[in-house]
Design a protein around this ligand. Structure first.
Ligand SMILES: Nc1ncnc2c1ncn2[C@@H]1O[C@H](COP(=O)(O)OP(=O)(O)OP(=O)(O)O)[C@@H](O)[C@H]1O
Ligand SMILES: [Mg+2]
Length: 251
């Protein structure tokens, strides 16, 4: 049975998608079968890998117009598969809000795919709305990418409260897979302080690997490649490779 990991943080642009795509690529490189589920109407995971989710994506799976195995697409990375997203998912929040068991829709939709993969990754949109709650309900573990800046801390407590509510009411099996520092710039004092403070509070719930700010990571999506294919020797690539090792050992 594959492990379901959700990448969540209601703050936008903190590295959820970059982490889901590149960590997924490195786990695939380590001979794992990985399914990346793009659960964001912005469809950044899909476009990062050059995949179009119109007509054949997570929205169609949620409303039941397509079967789970027919919605999975191959990517250019052997072992890495994707359920793509599209702008159609925007309407889902409104359409699904009155459905019975609305928090369990994603969990049910991907249930029969679980046996086909070692890891199923869910890339969430930047909100704590119904989509992210569905992601948290479906998952075994949540990874929280955290940009090393002051406002990151404010959002974190709200996110942790949501996670706690989900654990209490909807998914008691949900674990914190870890907080991941992203876009770290060692030259700034604030970044160092955030890492120190968050690490001393969350202790073993923080990944040892820290993802540095690295322009190659931000370029790779426009070439529709994960970093292991775009520039495998850059510092961003090396840090995601190390993170994959950590995830294999601990998550
Ligand atoms: N370590 C990094 N170094 C440099 N740029 C990065 C790094 N990680 C992510 N980026 C860039 O920062 C931007 C935001 O990253 P990303 O899309 O992964 O965040 P996100 O949390 O998924 O955003 P959203 O909340 O909108 O879904 C992107 O342009 C991405 O390429
Ligand atoms: Mg994203």
């Amino acid at each position: 049975m594959g492990k379901i990991v959700v990448f969540a943080n209601q703050k936008g642009g903190v590295g959820k998608t970059t982490t889901a795509v590149n960590l997924g690529a490195y786990l695939a490189e380590a001979s794992k079968r990985v399914l990346l589920i793009d659960f964001d109407p912005q469809a950044n995971s899909s476009s990062s890998l050059g995949i179009d989710g119109r007509g054949r994506g997570i929205y169609e799976l949620l409303i039941g117009s397509i079967q789970p195995r027919d919605v999975v697409q191959e990517t250019k990375v052997p072992g890495l598969f994707i359920i793509a997203s599209s702008i159609h998912l925007t309407g889902a929040t409104v359409e699904l809000i009155n459905m019975p068991g609305r928090e369990y829709l994603l969990k049910k939709a991907i249930e029969e795919l679980r046996g086909d993969f070692d890891y199923l990754f869910i890339d969430c949109p930047p909100s704590l709305g119904l989509l992210t709650v569905n992601g948290l309900v479906a998952a075994d573990a949540v990874i929280i990418p955290l940009q090393c800046e002051y406002f990151a801390m404010e959002g974190l407590s709200k996110l942790l409260k949501t996670i706690q509510r989900v654990q209490q009411k909807l998914n008691p099996g949900l674990k914190i897979g870890g907080i991941l520092f992203t876009m770290f710039d060692s030259r700034t004092r604030l970044a160092n302080e955030v890492v120190k403070e968050v690490s001393s509070y969350f202790k073993e719930n923080v990944f040892t690997t820290i993802i540095p700010r690295n322009v190659r990571l931000s370029e790779a999506p426009s070439f529709a490649r994960p970093i292991n294919q775009y520039d495998p020797e850059c510092i961003g690539a090396r840090s995601y490779r190390r993170l994959a090792q950590e995830v294999l050992e601990h998550v």
